[in-house]
Design a protein around this ligand. Structure first.
Ligand SMILES: NC(=O)c1ccc[n+]([C@@H]2O[C@H](COP(=O)([O-])OP(=O)(O)OC[C@H]3O[C@@H](n4cnc5c(N)ncnc54)[C@H](OP(=O)(O)O)[C@@H]3O)[C@@H](O)[C@H]2O)c1
Length: 326
């Protein structure tokens, strides 16, 4: 029988285990996907640890909100998709029931897009959440334009690395922020125009030097916490701050010093909107085609190594996306 990862109680990575279950059947408007690889996300960690903000089924919760594979069965009323089509999943409405750490899942037909040509399964599993979030936050929300200077915190995260490439694809100028000088060269190689390493550099001074004292047009922040107000002083007068994560779980401080537009962005705001999903998919496909977008994979694990995959996730010091091959 097909294999799937579940957990019966919340907690440390070792609550995750593999069981066998019958293949799910697609209902009206749904497709069944034979999954080849699944992306591992912070949302999965929130769910596993019980910090997920919505109620979910326990015991026997499935997990995983991202993946790629081929269409394996098509439900009634579905048009434009056929068995064997390679696709990327854009949303899993109920992760606890249909999570992607599994051989098969069923999702609405509207929650898949064609897998961009030229991407293998591992890279495709690392694409949607990171690049969709970076694109949605920077382009759809902040209105990023060519020439904009964009400060990206947690730059070695999957979202951060995607943001660097999305900014370059638009013709903007990405400035990466990392806590670790050791990651500087890799971030420059990944496309950052400059890197600020906060274990050595003073962020505000470094950004001032890089922007002739003007500050950046946009800050894309995944950290928040008590450093948020200070971070915001690196924006230009009238600039934009988009927060997409809260890697620092302590309460955030509100920026007060200068005019600033602040957005709190969640990818799901767009991932469930078919019109924006079409724009995201077109942008990502174009970027993959030209080579501007290349997902960075931190580590690859098998389904049997799911506990190790989540231990790596908990370390929160990698470079890019963790992927599970099925
Ligand atoms: N809004 C959305 O829809 C959405 C979607 C996906 C992800 N996210 C959020 O985006 C963030 C990044 O997620 P991810 O999965 O791409 O990567 P990730 O694995 O969470 O990123 C890990 C990297 O973040 C940096 N980091 C970790 N803890 C930190 C801390 N306390 N303070 C500062 N930096 C820290 C480290 O980079 P350095 O060593 O270089 O500092 C580390 O390598 C998360 O907060 C996640 O929840 C949001």
């Amino acid at each position: 029988m097909p294999r799937v990862v579940v957990f019966d109680e919340t907690g440390a990575p070792d609550v995750l285990h593999v069981v066998e279950e019958p293949r799910p059947e697609p209902g009206l408007g749904e497709v069944r996907i034979r999954i080849e690889a699944a992306g591992v996300n912070r949302l999965d960690q929130l769910m596993r640890t019980g910090a997920y903000p919505r109620p979910f089924r326990l015991p026997h919760a499935r997990i995983g909100c991202e993946g790629t594979g081929t269409v394996d069965a098509v439900g009634a009323g579905v048009e434009g998709l056929a068995n064997g089509d390679p696709v990327v999943i854009t949303a899993v409405p109920a992760m606890d029931l249909d999570g992607t750490y599994a051989e098969y899942t069923v999702v609405p037909a509207t929650a898949v897009v064609p897998r961009p040509a030229g991407l293998d399964a591992v890279s495709a599993a690392a694409l949607w959440v990171a690049y969709g979030t970076a694109y949605g936050a920077l382009v759809e929300k902040a209105g990023m334009r060519p020439g904009d200077r964009v400060l990206v915190t947690a730059a070695s995260s999957a979202v951060g690395l995607a943001a660097i490439q999305v900014a370059n694809q638009i013709g903007a100028v990405p400035i990466a922020v990392t806590r670790t000088t050791a990651k500087k060269d890799a971030l420059l190689a990944a496309g950052a125009s400059a890197v600020v390493a906060t274990d050595q550099d003073d962020l505000h001074e470094a950004v001032g030097a890089l922007t002739g004292g003007a500050g950046v047009d946009i800050i894309l922040d995944s950290v928040m916490g008590p450093g948020l107000a200070q971070l915001a002083t690196s924006a230009r007068f009238g600039g934009t701050l988009v927060t997409v994560g809260w890697l620092d779980p302590r309460p955030a401080t509100m920026p007060t010093t200068a005019p600033l537009t602040i957005y709190r962005y969640m990818g799901f705001e767009h991932f469930l909107d078919p019109v924006v999903v079409r724009r995201i998919a077109a942008f990502l496909a174009a970027g993959v085609r030209t080579g501007a977008l290349r997902p960075t994979v931190d580590a690859v694990f098998t389904l049997d190594e799911v506990v190790e995959a989540h231990r790596r996730l908990d370390q929160a010091d990698g470079f890019g996306k963790i992927v599970i091959t099925i």
